[in-house]
Every structure is written in C-alpha cells, then in structure tokens.
Design a binder for this molecule. Structure first.
Ligand code: RNT
Ligand code: ZN
Length: 417
C-alpha cells in the first residue's frame, strides 16, 4: 500500500467521527513552531569573549560537529528545516549576534548585528524570535542580574533588555511577523533566603524600566519566563511563576510557560485553559524534564499530546505561541532538532484528529464511561498514516527516511568541523 492509499483509508476512519482530515492537514500547515537555535551549539553563542555557560542551566555530552559560527549554525538549521514539514520560526539569543570579530557589549547590541540572520530568514521564509542573554557573562557571575543589589549591574541588564526589545521589533518589521522577545533571568539563591521580598521588588522595578520604553506590538511581543529552580538556585528563584503571572497580567505582557519549570507532577497542559481565560496570548517553551529541568529532546509522550489537545480543543492555535527549548549534546544536534520539532507537529496533528467537540459534549452529559473509552480508542486510530501523508505532501522525508539525510550530512559536513 502506498502512503496515499493508507491515508485514504485513515481518512474514511476519521470521517465516521466527523473529522475532516483534508481540512486538518491544511490547518496544520499554518501552525509555526519557534525552533530554538541554541540546540545547535550547546547554548554557547558566538561572542568574541566567550564565557562559560552559566545561569544554572547545563548541557551534557560531546557529540562531534557542533556549530562554531553563525554560518555553520544556519547551515545546520537549514538541514533540520528540510526534514521538518511546514514553515516555522527560529528563536535567537543575544549571544548569536554577529559582530565581525569586534567585542560588542550586550547592552550595545543593535539590529545591525543581526542583519545576516534577517537576510537569511527572508531567504528561507522564516519568522524570528529573540531573547536577551542574561547569563554566561561576568556581570551574571553571582547568579543575579535584574534583581542584583548593585544598581550598576541592574542598569547594565536593563539596557540589554531594552536593546533586545528593539532588536525584536526590527525582526518583526523586517519579516512582517511579530517577534516574541522573551526575558528569562537566572536570579536566585542556592540556600534558603533571609529575604524573599527585596530581590523581587528590585526585579519588578527593573522590568518596569525595561517596559517603559515603547515598542510597536505589531512587531514585537514581550514575554516573561518563570522558573522554579536552577543549578545553584535550588532554594529560591526571584522570577517565580506567581511573580511573573501577576506581573504579566498587570502589565499586559505574555507569560511564557516552560514545561520544565514546574514541580515534577505539575503539568503545563493543565495551566493553558486558565491562562487563556485571562489573557489573549500565551507563550510556551516545550521541553522534556527528566526527573528535573533537564531539557531533554521533546518526545511524543502523554504530556506533549495533552498540551496539543489543550491548544487545539480550545481553538487557541493563534493564541498560543509554541516554542521549543531543549539541548542535548550527546546526540547529533541536527537530529535533535528534527526529532523534537517533528514530535511537536505530530502532537498537534494527533490533537486535531480527535473529535474534540463530541468528547466535550460527552463530559457535559456526564457520560464519563464513553469519554474514557473513546479517548483511549483514539490513541490507536491511524494517525500515523495521516502523518506520513502530511510529510510526503510537504516534501519532507516520510517516517525514518530523514535519518539517512542526517547520516550523509554528518559524513559530509559535521565530521569535518
Ligand atoms: C532556562 C530557560 C531559558 C533557557 C534559554 C536558553 O531554564 O528555560 O529559556 O533555556 O533561554
Ligand atoms: Zn525555557
């Protein structure tokens, strides 16, 4: 049987439930995933004075062939994008600026340092998102940035964040699609604090200064990302969930929920509906925390499907900005992007193929037996046949055929670095 024949059979199976598979496939095409560039070089960046990765995040593994400059990183991204169906976005960090060998302090970064990225994004039909980098820097060595007791240090990071929002705005204006500029800071303490309030007060004041500078929301959307702990900030993180949730609501900013930033049994899927009731937009960093915020490559697990279901069944595909955030240096990095992004798209497809309205109705009627029975049966419906067809239709390798492409890219390009 051909991919197409398999698909036709699946289509009939889903049609019985009123699911229009052709329509689903069309809709899926229009959902962009923001692919984080930092999987390609282990969150190193290309600063002239490179600092060791800090901020309580860590990358393990030494798989050969990581990108060592922006050109290599773009080439690797192009390879991954050729194996991923659909049109997507690339998420950059300030440390990926191109400064022509010149030392440019982070608070001095400007749109011009990202011209090559913008040119490349235009050529490849990609949107760009952005993040100021408030780690891997001498001014973040003690683990504090925007909440630092020293005013000079705070000012430095405030200016970096203001400049970053302008770079985001530049991306949005150039590419005709707003950039999400996301602020994440590592600030926190290893041990039990004697004062939780004062650092949070300072963070609030710093954010107020950052957002006092206007950017055009047609081009730039501001997000803030919370966290529960990091390596070295196990006891207290200044920018906690409650902190940013309140800050974002009060100041009309987006909350960014990273799936690795909550207690192990707390799920982001269960937060999406509550967030959507109170704000127009929400942003995600989809990651895979294995026992802790380990940033493993995203797999098609129950939580990923549940996140996708929450977005799809609440008709929020244009309200939830889906970004990825993982970094694994123990496997081929281009494969890591490919696996994680394909899985995110697969989860969305899976969610779109469920008769969500009917299942909602069953719940309203109190028919929990049928609700459970059908939700379980749909797990083994022929979703794979639709996925294969989608890949074929979008001109990317079907099933594991993409691995062959990775093998030759590794032999021809990565192994020669
Ligand atoms: C860290 C945050 C943050 C980073 C990136 C590199 O815990 O998840 O999003 O992973 O900014
Ligand atoms: Zn994140």
């Amino acid at each position: 049987m051909t991919i197409k024949e398999n698909f036709e059979l699946a289509k009939q199976t889903y049609a019985k439930w009123g699911v229009d598979v052709e329509e689903v496939v069309e809709k899926l095409k229009s959902v962009p995933i923001s692919i984080h560039c930092w999987q390609g070089d282990d969150v190193a960046g290309f600063e002239v004075n490179q600092n060791e990765l800090s901020g309580g995040i860590d990358v393990t593994g030494n798989y050969p062939g990581k990108a060592t400059n922006a050109e290599e990183l773009r080439s690797d991204l192009e390879k991954a994008l050729s194996l991923i169906p659909g049109k997507h976005r690339i998420n950059l960090h300030a440390i990926y600026a191109e400064t022509n060998g010149e030392v440019v302090e982070r608070d001095q970064l400007e749109p011009k340092h990202f011209e090559n990225w913008v040119k490349w994004a235009k050529e490849n039909g990609l949107g760009l998102d952005y993040n100021p980098t408030l780690f891997s820097h001498p001014k973040a060595d003690d683990g504090l940035t925007l909440s630092h007791p020293n005013e000079e240090i705070r000012e430095f990071w405030i200016n970096h964040c203001i400049g970053s929002r302008k770079i985001g705005e530049y991306f949005g204006r150039e590419l005709g699609t707003p950039a999400l500029t996301n602020i994440w800071i590592p600030d926190g303490y290893k041990d039990i604090p004697s004062d939780r309030l004062t650092p949070r007060k300072r963070l609030k004041e710093s954010l107020d200064k950052i957002f006092a500078v206007e950017t055009d929301e047609k081009y730039n959307l501001d997000a803030v990302e919370s966290k529960i702990f990091g390596i070295g900030s196990e006891s207290y993180v200044v920018g906690s969930h409650e902190f940013y949730l309140n800050y974002a609501m009060k100041n009309d900013k987006l909350c960014l929920l990273d799936t690795g930033h909550y207690h192990p049994t707390e799920t982001v899927s269960n937060k999406i509906s509550s967030m959507l009731l109170f704000s127009e937009k929400l942003a995600l960093h989809v990651s895979r925390p294995v026992r802790w915020d380990s940033d493993h490559v995203v797999i098609l697990d129950d939580e990923l499907k549940e996140i996708a279901l929450e977005i799809v069944r609440n008709d929020a595909l244009d309200r939830v900005i889906i970004g990825l955030d993982f970094f694994d240096a123990s496997i081929n990095r281009v494969a890591a992007w490919t696996i994680g992004t394909r899985n995110m798209i697969k989860a969305l497809l899976y969610a779109m193929l469920v008769p969500n309205e009917y299942l909602k109705q069953l719940q309203e009627e109190g028919n929990f037996t049928e609700r459970l029975a059908l939700m379980e049966e749909f797990k083994t419906y022929p979703f794979g046949a639709v996925w294969d067809y989608y890949c074929e239709k979008m001109g990317v390798p079907v099933r594991e055929a993409w691995l062959e492409e990775i093998r030759s890219y590794e032999a021809e390009v990565l192994s020669k670095r």
